[in-house]
Design a protein around this ligand. Structure first.
Ligand SMILES: Cc1cc2nc3c(=O)[nH]c(=O)nc-3n(C[C@H](O)[C@H](O)[C@H](O)COP(=O)(O)OP(=O)(O)OC[C@H]3O[C@@H](n4cnc5c(N)ncnc54)[C@H](O)[C@@H]3O)c2cc1C
Length: 385
């Protein structure tokens, strides 16, 4: 058994942290306050080869495995302290580009992946609708056959990158008669396609530098060459795989956020004095730091284990859901402890820890809520379908 990262992975981690400290961290607080996605910064991610990490080199990516991709997201979040940018990048990589590599035709891969990997194009994925999120089988967006193509109608919401995306992967119902979960098909729709409109922008409490919006499809016609994967198989084949990437890789940014919050809390506890001594010397404070460290390491281990299983091609649905639920719980509790250690200053926007909790809270919602992870875990435990 070897828990160590390779020398190459350690050097990569350090390089990405360094890049994030120089390029991402400056202005992160302002981007949060303004709810501003920074396209110039995105382009720098592209120049660093970070927009195509898990995609094969043939298509312009880096060919990184799941562990290494997660490592990069962790490093960026730790060094850059901009959870919104990480949300945009994570979605672009794991639910924007990856499904195209996994399920696209060779023509789709060649057309879209090099542009996505360079950062020239931004990817997105839409399954959630205003009336249904967790119950993915209940979506009502439809795709009706029309000659040699399809006509899409419906509204998606909570689309990460929606306002800035160039490519939207959309899951629609193609067979209204099919049983729950069946009869859904995915399509890749390019920005500018008539009938595709980016709807209302959502004003979020955290991850504010990542733009989120509705996406409205009104008689949006696409050719059959825009179909992604098999007809009728989108839920099991495309969407569930996306959720798996979110749970084993994308969530790594929350681990980087936790590491950063812990470092900030340690530094503050050592320099802030009360009753004549540094607050770190009060056990009530130092035990919070210890709890934060335990949560960080257990989250990191569980997540890397799930990603490692994924890289080995071994079953990991249970580990992915456990990691997702655990990281979410730990990230929010540690952010809250971080604020508590900062006292009143933790509640003031001048201190980055203030946004840590707002950012961390998303971890229990996006990519399947914590309740849904527990549904998955308990079903597997009980041997239920
Ligand atoms: C910032 C952000 C970005 C997002 N990005 C994307 C994106 O890019 N693409 C996309 O398609 N979606 C995206 N989502 C949507 C996200 O995946 C959904 O919000 C999530 O799946 C929950 O769906 P919902 O909001 O409709 O809640 P609901 O499904 O209505 O759930 C409401 C509550 O009921 C609970 N609940 C529901 N069913 C069960 C059950 N069976 N057992 C126990 N409890 C249950 C939930 O856990 C939750 O607490 C994003 C969401 C946010 C907030």
């Amino acid at each position: 058994m070897d828990f160590a990262l390779s020398d190459e992975q350690q050097a990569f981690y350090a390089t990405v942290v360094d890049f994030a400290q120089r390029a991402v961290e400056p202005g992160a607080g302002a981007r949060d306050r303004e709810g501003r996605f920074d396209r110039t910064l995105w382009d720098r991610l592209g120049e660093q080869g970070l927009c195509g990490l898990p995609i094969a080199e043939t298509y312009g990516g880096s060919g990184a495995d799941a562990v290494t991709t997660g490592l990069a997201l962790e490093a960026l979040a730790y060094g850059g302290h901009d959870a919104g940018l990480l949300l945009s990048l994570g979605a672009h990589l794991t639910i924007g580009a990856k499904p195209i590599e996994l399920h696209g035709t060779e023509e789709q891969r060649r057309r879209y992946l090099p542009r996505l990997c360079s950062g020239e194009w931004i990817g997105s994925f839409g399954i959630t609708e205003p009336d249904t999120g967790s119950d993915t089988a209940a979506i009502t967006t439809s795709a009706r056959r029309d000659g040699d193509g399809w006509v899409l109608n419906g509204t998606k919401t909570f689309i990460t990158n929606g306002p800035v995306a160039d490519l939207f992967t959309v899951v629609a119902r193609t067979d209204p008669q099919a049983s729950a979960g069946a009869g859904m098909t995915a399509f890749v729709v390019e920005r500018g396609t008539p009938g595709l409109a980016v709807g209302a922008r959502l004003d979020k409490m955290g991850n504010r530098s990542s733009p989120t919006s509705e996406m409205v499809l009104t008689d949006c016609r696409v050719g059959d060459e825009q179909r992604l994967g098999d007809e009728g198989a989108a839920l099991w084949q495309v969407a569930f795989e996306c959720f798996d990437w979110e749970r084993t890789v994308m969530i790594a940014s929350a681990v980087g956020g936790m590491a950063r919050t812990l470092d900030d809390a340690v530094a503050y506890a050592k320099q802030r004095s009360a009753f004549g001594k540094p607050i770190a010397q009060f056990q009530a404070v130092s035990h919070k730091l210890a709890d934060m460290r335990i949560r960080l390491e257990t989250s990191r281990l569980l997540l890397r284990y799930a990603a490692w299983l994924k890289d080995q091609g071994r079953p990991h649905q249970l580990e992915a859901s456990m990691a997702k639920a655990h990281v979410a719980e730990c990230a929010t509790r540690s952010a809250e402890d971080g604020i508590q250690i900062h006292g009143g200053w933790g509640y003031i926007k001048d201190f980055p820890v203030e946004r840590a909790w707002r950012d961390a809270k998303l971890t229990s919602l996006g990519g399947g809520t914590t309740e849904i992870q527990k549904v998955v875990i308990s079903r597997l435990l009980l041997g239920e379908p």
